[in-house]
Design a protein around this ligand. Structure first.
Ligand SMILES: NC(=O)C1=CN([C@@H]2O[C@H](COP(=O)(O)OP(=O)(O)OC[C@H]3O[C@@H](n4cnc5c(N)ncnc54)[C@H](O)[C@@H]3O)[C@@H](O)[C@H]2O)C=CC1
Ligand SMILES: CC(=O)C(=O)O
Ligand SMILES: [Mg+2]
Length: 578
């Protein structure tokens, strides 16, 4: 990321945005070309080249942004693997952010899987090898006093920051602990989507890698590893470090939304619960995911005709995302007429010890509300790992099966066929990422259910044709939701992120889908992400206002959302006359 040195009132800045949207800069020559938010490369006009001392430093041709996009598109495609494409794109982002985001916007469907899920997982695994330039700030648990210094070194003023994405990288997607590269890589990937999908201004965000050590032996013993070389710190020191981050970030940037990403299950919910009532914050794995899954579920309910209150939901993988999803599905069943206990009892959570039962001694706090009563399962056969998914599916006859386990292939043909024998339109969402963690591939699910399954996945999947029908597979990835949520928070300047704002977001996405055709996707296509994000932002901002959480007046929310979206286009650049 490039610090947002664009304030008109600070004379020392490298460049400042003028009221007409143009930039004035004190930089000259190569320094202009090295500033990714200012650099236009061959698109600098001859007048700009003269004013900014660029004459002779660029090839003579003056190109348009569109012509540049054509070239970089060819260059990306020439890279032989997705990882190399990712590396190429990160380098492009470092030298010309407008061009990078314009390329992403013009080719969203193709580029998103490269800068984000699933290729971001590969980039994270190889972070220390591919490392070229830093992005954002790196905060170390060994130097809590350095938090303020790091933020200060960005030279931003209090109202320069809209959004901070932080990760301690203990559970990166479904690939586990990836230390400093995990934190830096996932925060950067999430932010690329924020801007490409919702026009969050890339100059007004900060990615934060919280380096608390790593328990990944391969990293600790890798000579190239660029993070703290000790095991993960836990307990009081960890909590104090997180607290120091929150306190410093909110004091220095009081308007910023704090986004938590890819924390481990022992910390994710704890941290959210501690801060959610005090500051403007959310956990994407729990809440963003919960809302996008709910949106897909609302579409599935429309197709199947079975109302929310009659659903029986098996959740395989009762961790951060699994129970985050459970909360929002349960609340949707309550809104559909069930009382709290009845709705809770419509959910069967399964984790490593099998079906979760209330007298188990190793339950996590957040799993406990959903654990099944012991007397309900008397006589159910137990395997080595408790009451199995197969057993639960056989007995419960679920209408919905959600996969948030990271257990590749866990939804076997036998289990899926058993489920499909008990329900006309089985709703099956294997949303674990990346591809190597998915519980079942959609083509198999369609085959095993003769096309009856209503499917959503976390990864992008190409349409599948079966028996004359083409099935568009919904991508139930929080990327379809959090960018619009963030934009809605920015536009409304919300004080908090409330459950009602996630509900509004889910319903807004659900409302964009037409599921009447056979094989229709349960969610909007990724190509329409900007429209989806704008719709979500409007719904979220309006809900914030209704709940008296907005700190600004919304007169025309639709227009305010449009106006707030940063566009990947070049602005005129002038020298400051020095
Ligand atoms: N599509 C989306 O938008 C999102 C997808 N996810 C995916 O969900 C998965 C889980 O992520 P988190 O909840 O953050 O991780 P987590 O570590 O909090 O939860 C995973 C849970 O699955 C359990 N588990 C692991 N192996 C299992 C097995 N063989 N059988 C039953 N349970 C098993 C673990 O014990 C843990 O409780 C990841 O693959 C992640 O990529 C997470 C967030 C968003
Ligand atoms: C998509 C996402 O946030 C995850 O898999 O963790
Ligand atoms: Mg995540």
């Amino acid at each position: 990321m490039s610090p947002g040195k664009r304030k008109p009132d600070l004379p020392s800045l490298m460049f400042a945005e003028q009221p007409d949207g143009s930039y004035v800069t004190s930089l000259r020559g190569l320094a202009v070309l090295r500033e990714p938010l200012l650099n236009k490369g061959t698109a600098f006009s001859s007048q700009e080249r003269a004013e900014l001392g660029l004459e002779g430093l660029l090839p003579p041709v003056v190109e348009t942004l569109e012509e540049q996009v054509r070239r970089v598109y060819v260059q990306v495609r020439a890279q032989s693997t997705n990882l190399l494409k990712n590396v190429y794109l990160e380098a492009l982002r470092d030298r010309n952010e407008v061009l990078y985001y314009r390329l992403l916007s013009d080719h969203l469907r193709e580029m998103l899987p490269i800068v984000y899920d699933p290729t971001v997982a590969e980039a994270i695994r190889t972070y220390s090898y591919q490392y070229r330039r830093p992005r954002g700030v790196y905060l170390s648990i060994d130097d809590p006093g350095g938090i303020e210094r790091a933020f200060k070194n960005l030279e931003l003023s209090p109202d320069d920051v809209d959004l901070i994405v932080a990760s301690d990288a203990e559970q990166i997607l479904g690939i586990g602990d990836w230390g400093v590269g995990g934190g830096a890589g996932i925060a950067a990937g999430k932010l690329a989507v924020y801007t490409a999908a919702a026009g969050i201004d890339p100059a007004r965000v900060i990615p934060v890698a919280l380096d608390v050590g790593t328990d990944n032996e391969a990293l600790l013993n890798d000579i190239a590893y660029v993070g703290n070389r000790h095991s993960r710190v836990r307990g009081r020191r960890y909590d104090d470090f997180i607290d120091a981050y929150v306190t410093t970030a909110t004091r220095m940037f009081p308007g910023a939304l704090l986004h938590w990403e890819d924390f481990g299950p022992s910390n994710a919910r704890r941290i959210l619960e501690k801060y959610t009532g005090r500051i403007c914050t959310f956990n994407d794995d729990m809440q963003g995911t919960g809302a996008i899954v709910l949106a897909a579920m609302l579409s599935a309910v429309r197709v199947s005709g079975t109302p929310m209150r009659d659903q029986r939901i098996v959740i395989f993988g009762a961790g951060t995302a699994g129970i985050g999803n459970a909360d929002q599905l349960r609340d949707a069943m309550i809104r559909d007429g069930l009382d709290h206990d009845t709705a809770t009892r419509r959910i069967w959570p399964i984790d490593k010890q099998g079906l979760l039962i209330d007298d188990m001694t190793d339950l996590r706090d957040f799993q406990r509300p959903y654990a099944r009563p012991r007397d309900e399962v008397t006589g159910w056969p137990r395997g080595e790992r408790g009451i199995s998914l197969a057993e639960v599916v056989d007995r419960v006859k679920p209408t919905m099966l959600l996969g948030t386990s990271t257990a590749h292939g866990a939804f076997t043909e036998k289990i899926v066929r058993t489920m499909a024998a008990g329900v006309e339109r089985p709703i099956i969402f294997p949303i674990s990422n990346p591809t190597e963690r998915i519980e079942a591939m959609p083509a198999d699910l369609i085959r095993w259910t003769e096309g009856r399954a209503l499917i959503a996945t976390g990864i992008p999947v190409e349409p599948i044709t079966y028996d004359g029908v083409t099935y568009a597979i919904a991508q139930a990835n929080n990327a379809l939701l959090y960018p619009g949520l963030g934009l809605g928070v920015v536009v409304s300047r919300a004080r908090r992120v409330s459950p009602g704002m996630f509900q509004a977001a889910a319903e807004a996405v659900g409302g964009l889908v037409d599921v009447s055709a056979a094989g229709a996707s349960l969610l909007p296509q990724v190509d329409n992400l900007r429209e989806v994000s704008a719709t979500v932002a409007v719904a979220v901002a309006n809900r914030a206002a209704e709940e008296h959480l907005a700190r600004t007046t919304l007169r025309d929310t639709i227009q305010q959302v449009q106006d707030a979206m940063w566009q990947p286009k070049y602005r005129p650049v002038h020298g400051n006359g020095r």
